[in-house]
Design a protein around this ligand. Sequence first.
Ligand code: PSV
Ligand code: MN
Length: 386
Amino acid sequence: MSDVPAVKAALKSQAVETPSWAYGNSGTRFKVFAQPGVPRSPQEKLDDAAQVHAFTGVAPTVALHIPWDRVEDYGALAKYAEERGLKLGAINSNVFQDDDYKLGSVTHPDPAVRRKALGHLLECVDIMDATGSRDLKLWFSDGTNYPGQDDIAARQDRLAEALSAVYERLGEDQRMLLEYKFFEPAFYTTDVPDWGTAYAHCLKLGPKAQVCVDTGHHAPGTNIEFIVALLLREKKLGAFDFNSRFYADDDLMVGAADPFQLFRIMYEVVRGGGLTSGVAFMLDQCHNIEPKIPAIIRSVMNVQEATAKALLVDRDALATAQREGDVLGANAVLMDAYNTDVRPLLAEVREELGIAPDPMAAYRGSGWAARIVAERVGGEQAGWGA
Ligand code: PSV
Ligand code: MN
């Protein structure tokens, strides 16, 4: 697409969902460095998310993680979000931080533990009913550490049973997103290690079950854009958890480690109709050493820049070069788009949306960072509890 008004319209309608946990304290297993001004409640996380939306114009929803964002009244939390121009997004389940889950959650050998885990997943659907969220995101840390520890195939049966119970509970307009990750915390087998396993379960379940691609959850060298192209073709790409990695599941800012990979992924999204087919563009990141709100603003901008470049690919020229077997010509078409400086275009898009052209500078000048440091004194800062 090189029709500039159409490119701009597509950029204005793309929404990036920010994760509540990225606003809280986080770290590695070695140390969590607390930062001043960090939210102490889900409401304060929403206050920060509203700043990200105000300065980017394209981050109108916030994903919750349960129990990290547990509140008494989820309807009231949704109203709190709405009053700040936001909506609550995906509900992320958490069946990985309870002692009972040492040997697994929905795939645990003990049926009592499996029942407890399923109860949590169903509770998450109740929360979706109250918040009006469309998506339930499922990530399981389940797996084994040693050969022989458990029956690999039986664990798949238990997984299928739980997924199907959750699927049956979903409302008409609700979806479940099954996320995969090749290792960690399990080191020998993981029960949902790759897109193929997630796809196989989602295919059996039906159209409301789709795959979530967390960009940090692949072995080094994996061609993620191929997975994206294939899942889109099969109508099974439900969402992204965007982040970037140098080594393993680093959860760094999306587009920071490898902006070219992000462009290649976004090109396949554009090519496969994923910008308009309901794919959720979520961030799943942790800002351990950098200030959180500007890091999230920067991440949203990185997604926008990759999307803009993908939209600028001259699809006709590419198709011609591909048809003619012009290997270098086809590659040049992609590289021309990738090497375009799209920052002036995005500045125009923002001005047309009525916001400042440079979100980072506008946030810096807003005084919000100093205000939260001064006001958020006392209480317990939010953190991901690891
Ligand atoms: C697991 O590594 C994961 O990517 C899942 O999406 C979790 O919900 C999230 O990280 C927690 O940060
Ligand atoms: Mn994730």
